[in-house]
Design a protein around this ligand. Structure first.
Ligand code: DAH
Length: 334
């Protein structure tokens, strides 16, 4: 009987150690502990039954079961610490792959109109022109009267202007051009003046591929003693060289704008076609006198251009309406 008990204790030990070796996770280890070392586990059951053995076998059987209990407990503790170490080292299958490149945030970018304006302003800033900004909601006298556009001038046509308030004494409108910034600047400072002024303008217009009812303009103005038409041409040639490259042809042609005399339109060669990019001219003496400048002493030139038009030429954009339709398929190309 004693031999049997010993033999079966050895079998139990082997079986226990085999199944402990097979337990790979903490939950399997816990199952093992309950099965062998738990209160209702194999060892406890056997220890409880020692009392029913013949008295001469009890001592030996009890002692060997207790030794087994101690050695299994030690084996179990070892297995628990080995498992927790290896579980910590093994990356779970649902973890992210640290070798993948990071995900890019969705960064916005500059609007193509803004990019084009910054480029143009940069060219003029390099030539000594200072950037100034003015109101989009403008007074009629700045937008028209003081620019030598009398009340009966066609540019005043209701069709062209978006009025904010026509009933007040000083009528208010959305500026139709950036030219009022010529007046606002000259009212504030004495010559020499060298400014560029970017901003939104609005006209009550039917839209098509080259006309929008809102668009940007960049106004330019230089006033000083002895400024001539050759200063105008030299400055605008340099502008065209910087924006379109040294090989691009540009053309000056007579044109009419009420606030300049003489006035010109400036066109650039676009695949054998002349495309107008701005109006310009020598500031009209009436405009200089209107702000209190002595027109016998000072002369100046002015220009006004559409950055969207220029971007269209530069980047081959076929429709000006893309600029304000907020379509990311267009905007994200810049
Ligand atoms: N403001 C004019 C327009 O919107 C453009 C222009 C023409 C501006 C001649 C000027 C200029 O400063 O000299 O059509």
């Amino acid at each position: 009987m004693a031999e049997n008990a010993t033999a079966s204790t050895q079998e139990l030990e082997r079986a226990a150690l085999d199944s402990l070796a097979a337990a790979k996770s903490e939950s399997q280890l816990e199952e093992w502990r309950v099965a062998y070392l738990g209160r209702r586990g194999e060892l406890s059951t056997r220890l409880r039954s020692v009392g029913s053995l013949p008295p001469e076998d009890r001592r030996e059987a009890g002692a060997s079961l207790n030794r087994l209990k101690i050695s299994l407990t030690a084996a179990f503790d070892q297995a628990v610490s080995d498992t927790s170490k290896s579980e910590r080292q093994t990356v779970p299958s649902d973890a992210f792959d640290i070798t993948l490149p990071g995900r890019r945030g969705n960064l916005g970018g500059l609007h193509p109109s803004e990019m084009m304006m910054r480029e143009i302003l940069g060219v003029f800033n390099d030539m000594g022109f200072q950037t100034v900004e003015g109101p989009i909601v403008e007074l009629e006298i700045y937008n028209f009267d003081m620019l030598n556009i009398p009340a009966d001038h066609p540019a005043r046509d209701l069709q062209d202007t978006l009025w904010v308030d026509r009933s007040s004494k000083d009528k208010i409108l959305l500026r139709t051009q950036t030219s009022p910034m010529q007046i606002r600047t000259m009212e504030k400072q004495k010559p020499p003046v060298r400014i560029v002024s970017p901003g939104l303008c609005f006209r009550h217009e039917a839209t098509d591929a080259t006309h929008e009812w809102q668009f940007h303009q960049i106004e330019g103005l230089a006033v000083d003693e002895g400024i001539t038409m050759s200063d105008l041409k030299g400055t605008l040639y340099e502008f065209a060289r910087r924006i379109f490259g040294t090989q691009r042809k540009i053309r000056f042609r007579c044109d009419y704008f009420p606030f300049v005399e003489p006035g010109v339109d400036v066109s650039v060669d676009w695949n054998g076609r002349w495309v107008e990019i701005m109006g310009a001219g020598m500031v009209h003496p009436k405009v200089l006198e209107g702000v209190g400048y002595d027109s016998s002493k000072y002369t100046g030139f002015a220009f006004g251009m559409g950055p969207e038009r220029i971007a269209m030429l530069k980047y081959d954009i076929e429709d000006i309406r893309h600029f304000f339709s907020n379509d990311l398929r267009f905007l994200s190309q810049f």
